[in-house]
Design a binder for this molecule. Structure first.
Ligand SMILES: [Zn+2]
Length: 154
């Protein structure tokens, strides 16, 4: 296992755990550091995009920062979920930055509340490279049983 594996695993785990905490179904999470690729597939976005979507979008880089697992500069650009601009169409820079701050705070709050879950998902991803919905649910169930904790922090 390399620090690169760890960076990708923490990044995708961040997206997945915030999606889960904000009551989105996590369908699949995977990392492929050799191809500079990682992906989190979660339930459909709100229309129009909401604070929840924007928090999930920024959760990857927030997780890298929180767990001090910095990745290569390209990390977060390769996965479509990170395209914050797509979630803030037709906005001024000022509006966009304000939504960005709000989304970062929401992501950070939910990741802080569920650091144990973040660690568990990142470790599983480092080992297995891919978690399907059932595998992710098993981790979540174990985490709930251990902590009795499942609520979102809004
Ligand atoms: Zn990302």
């Amino acid at each position: 296992m390399t620090s690169q594996d760890r960076a990708y695993a923490v990044h995708e785990a961040g997206h997945a755990v915030v999606a889960w905490a904000l009551e989105r179904t996590v369908v699949r999470v995977c990392i492929d550091p050799e191809r500079s690729h990682g992906e989190t597939v979660a339930g459909p976005k709100d229309d129009p995009p909401s604070d929840r979507d924007r928090a999930i979008c920024l959760a990857g880089i927030v997780a890298n920062d929180m767990l001090r697992a910095p990745g290569p500069a390209s990390l977060g650009r390769g996965d479509r979920i990170c395209f914050f601009h797509d979630l803030t169409p037709d906005m001024s820079e000022e509006e966009r930055n304000s939504l960005k701050r709000k989304a970062c705070a929401l992501a950070r709050k939910n990741l802080s509340a569920h650091v144990g879950m973040l660690e568990a998902v990142a470790t599983a991803l480092e080992q297995d490279r891919m978690l399907d919905r059932a595998a992710f649910e098993r981790i979540a169930e174990k985490y709930r049983r251990r902590t009795g904790d499942e609520g979102a922090v809004r």
